[in-house]
Write a protein that binds this ligand. Structure first.
Ligand code: CP
Length: 308
């Protein structure tokens, strides 16, 4: 893919070569993200970060990435303080923001919203999470983290646990993992299973997967467990959410009994599905994973702005 000027909307748009290219570029920014070097690569460029849903990691890591590469940011947080609250459309909003910024990052609760903004804007639009849809930049930093933690992706068995129905990060990650020689184990309550369209896609591409109903069964067979939060904000039935929110909890005791050396990932935030006593295990990679977001987002910004 020629990245210059591209929108980043979905993991479906990437080939294996694209994923490896993004990770290679991200690696070159490691020293800058760790403040051992400075850069003015994106000097003179402005990034608009439009976060119409809550975020800590995605917004701050994009803004940090832009600033550490010498660029500047403008930010909208929440719909109440933008003209969306007056009824302005996403298309018009995008058309306006392109006049102020060279690249737009958007998070919005509606699936397809980033694509709608991309239709309106003549500058690259990067999807920072569109409701239950996709979170492509998270999936790219997850791939980067797998490579960094495990030294490879081919040959890994990766277990995804928790809310596989509403969790957009696992949907996006599957769409990247399908390019590699991996096995995926899905472990979730019956009501939160991986949607069949994703399973059909994996099956059609010959990706090995299995579904298990307990954490114990999957942990024993996996190199990595990728846990997810039960997405309370997507449930219509709040009683169902209360019943399921802590159905799949990774505790230190469970990990030590079933696979003590396993690598534990999570897109964060966690709200109880990984006990805090797991943090001290060498395989607890989730805070390192979140930190990797800066260099991966540096790579994406530099690529779509045509600077590498
Ligand atoms: N992982 C992730 O998207 O975190 P935030 O919601 O804090 O951005």
């Amino acid at each position: 893919m020629d990245f210059k000027g591209q929108d980043i909307l979905s993991t479906e748009q990437f080939s294996k070569e694209d994923i490896l290219r993004i990770c290679d570029v991200a690696r070159t920014f490691e020293a800058i993200s760790e403040k051992r070097q400075t850069s003015e690569l994106l000097k003179g460029n402005v990034m608009a970060s439009l976060f119409y849903e809550p975020s800590t990691r995605t917004r701050f890591s994009f803004e940090t990435a832009m600033k550490r590469l010498g660029g500047q940011t403008i930010t909208a947080v929440g719909q109440d303080y933008s003209s969306l609250a007056k009824g302005e459309s996403l298309w018009d909003t995008a058309k306006m923001v392109e006049a102020y910024a060279d690249v737009i990052v958007v998070r919005h609760p509606t699936e397809g919203s980033a694509a709608e903004m991309a239709r309106g804007a003549n500058v690259p639009v990067l999807n920072g999470g569109d409701g239950p849809g996709q979170h492509p930049t998270q999936a790219l930093l997850d791939m980067y983290t797998l490579m960094k933690e495990k030294g490879k992706i081919d040959g890994l068995t990766i277990m995804m646990s928790g809310d596989l129905k509403y969790g957009r990060t696992v949907h996006s990650l599957c769409m990247l993992l399908r390019h590699f020689d991996v096995k995926i184990i899905f472990s979730s309550p019956e009501e939160l299973k991986m949607p069949t369209n994703y399973l059909d896609d994996l099956r059609g591409r010959g990706v090995a997967f299995e579904e298990v109903l307990t954490l114990e069964e999957g942990l024993k067979k996996s190199d990595v467990v990728y846990a997810t939060r039960v997405q309370g904000e997507r449930f219509e039935d709040k009683e169902q959410y209360e019943r399921l929110k802590l159905a799949f909890v990774l505790s230190r005791d469970l990990l030590e009994k079933n696979h003590s050396g396993i690598t534990v990932m999570h897109p964060l935030p966690r709200v109880g599905e990984i006990a805090v006593d797991v943090d001290g295990l060498p395989g607890a990679a989730y805070f390192r994973q979140a930190a990797n977001g800066v260099q991966v987002r540096m790579a994406l910004l530099a690529l779509v702005l045509g600077k590498v």
